[in-house]
Design a protein around this ligand. Sequence first.
Ligand code: CDP
Ligand code: CDP
Length: 202
Amino acid sequence: MAFTIAIDGPAAAGKGTIGRALAAHFGFAHLDTGLLYRATGRRTLDGIDPVEAARTLRADDLDADDLRTPEVSQAASRVAAIPEVRQALLDFQRAFARRAGGAVLDGRDIGTVICPEAEVKLFVTACDAERARRRHKEMRGGGHDVTLEEVEEDLRQRDARDSARAEAPLKPADDALRLDTSEMSIDEAVAAAVAAVERARG
Ligand code: CDP
Ligand code: CDP
């Protein structure tokens, strides 16, 4: 039976971390939808037209090892504002969301556009400083030589662009449960999310 958990929120709020943990806990499949936009944006940096890049995206493209750089983040956020790009990625996400056995998707528009009928919707946030600190630490740990200021600037620009766009902007669904993780450890955030899903499952 299909059961969908939709997780949305601004950049580096912990959506993916919580999504992966929920999927493992409940035995559901997990899709980080940001990867679709990152892989599309990555291809445009090679000169491919954004709509063409989204339409011809392949599984291999999602495995590229340079999808987390600030340059690709920015390219992802730019292509994500193009309605035809979003349209090209829609069917795959919807089918994933309603697959048998349960699914967790994280992104910006999962609860509002991709799966408005999701059984559980979480809107995960954390304050700007905490999100930048976490992403900076993560990137430094991964060997990326970026400054905290560069990460802050990337998050600030993307959140502004993602919130302001006309098509599927970043915003909580009316029935989303808000989870502010600013003062939570990963374990605490995951426990709160698990509890919310268990309440919805009854
Ligand atoms: O998917 P999203 O961009 O929203 O965030 P993430 O990649 O899951 O998390 C960004 C970073 O914050 C990761 O390195 C997490 O380990 C860390 N983190 C977190 O997700 N939640 C906390 N409560 C504390 C740290
Ligand atoms: O991990 P982080 O939160 O930094 O970003 P991401 O989830 O990998 O998403 C990268 C970019 O893709 C975002 O800044 C959005 O512009 C776009 N995106 C989107 O528009 N809709 C989604 N469902 C997921 C990502």
